[in-house]
Design a binder for this molecule. Sequence first.
Ligand code: SAH
Ligand code: SF4
Ligand code: F3S
Length: 447
Amino acid sequence: MKELQIKKKNKQFFIETWGCQMNEEDSEKLSGMLKKQGYTKALVREYADLIIFNTCCVRENAELKVYGNLGALKKLKEKNPELIIAVCGCMMQQKDMAEAIIKRFPFVDILFGTHNAYKFPEYLNRVKQEAKSVIEVQDKEDGIVEGVPIDRESDVKAFVTIMYGCNNFCTYCIVPYVRGRERSRKPEDIEKEIEDLVSKGYKEITLLGQNVNSYGKDLEPKVTFAELLRRINKIENLERVRFMTSHPKDLTDDVIEAISECDKLCEYIHLPVQSGSTNLLKKMNRNYTKEQYLDLIYKIKKAIPDVAISTDIIVGFPGETEEDFEETLSLAKEVQYDSAFTFIYSRRKGTPADEMEDQIDDTVKHDRFNRLVEVINASSAQKNKEYEGKIIDVLVEGLSKNDEAKLMGRSRTGKLVNFTGDKGSIGKLVNVKITKANSFSLVGEQI
Ligand code: SAH
Ligand code: SF4
Ligand code: F3S
């Protein structure tokens, strides 16, 4: 390792990212800014001159991981006092969190939040000159900052944020507190970014926002999400467009029509339901009933044949009775999700649900979680089975993770496909015959 350090010319950085695609995209921007300053990416933490932890606080588990990993950095810093350690992301936006972190881990050099991440190079220069830690967390968002360099993980598919923040304040959720209010990027800026990506060979983009269906409401003149989708669908040489996340209360008919009519919009919708009990949905401040959600699902399935639907579900929300939970199970059985992210409710300070009485016992939560996962796994396996024998379009992303003799890609419906094929197809769309369906992926051969 010593030899390697002597040989290396450029300073190296390592970013560890927790949380959702928003954080992943922010990390790609941090990486872009650092590469512009002459830094290169380190393959492992141990070789880095700069380590950044981009944190998430959506559930307690996410925070615990950060604490554990920060503790482990102490030794690295002792070995190499020149090492710069930065902590950023959603966790930093919580009240007094940055101060608490520096108290517990005084070797951290830079702490900054989500609203001012674009100023990171400035903080880095400052910490090199000053002998003390830099703590910069802003309560308020700075509006939208365009033109931040970005170094993307993949050469084939890219995330493009279309709006930041969230106005929904679901009672369990901390995101609106740490990501600020909704603000939409101008459609021209989004189109320009996608055109640029396509000119570099990207084939697929995923439009990102906490609630993409309320895109454009804050713009002057107003632009609807469906209009944005139709504009993006016209971009030449772009193959696939996805988006997430949709909120059931805002997913309008014009968006469903756009998906069914526009060739590039993939037949896949992530539509978090959170609970199947109307009573709990009300307490969660979700603004729809179980029946309204199911009606929406039928409308989608009718308008978009072979559509894949995924969801997020929380079990153990305060006051959840066995009957409420059974409503969730029955909804999951009725919808037959292709996949679902299932979560055990986690109390978050500052959110209304944390103050609610009748918090659910841990063993009950775990038991319900296991019962739900069983139902979800059955429908995922069933949905995957329907692909056996079919020939589908796969966008080839690279070598298969488990078996490098194979390739890996995704169907338009978001299914992971491992298949035998020509390595020259990486980055291209190919036809794959599905020979076998596993619970969480498909197996096939290129034809
Ligand atoms: N904006 C998106 C995603 C938000 S966070 C949406 O509205 O769907 C991703 C998921 O985390 C949520 O959909 C929810 O299911 C889960 N989540 C949020 N807060 C949580 C909490 N306190 N405990 C458990 N799960 C939570
Ligand atoms: Fe959280 Fe609800 Fe906003 Fe999603 S819509 S980020 S769950 S507050
Ligand atoms: Fe986590 Fe922040 Fe995303 S709290 S889920 S990284 S918006």
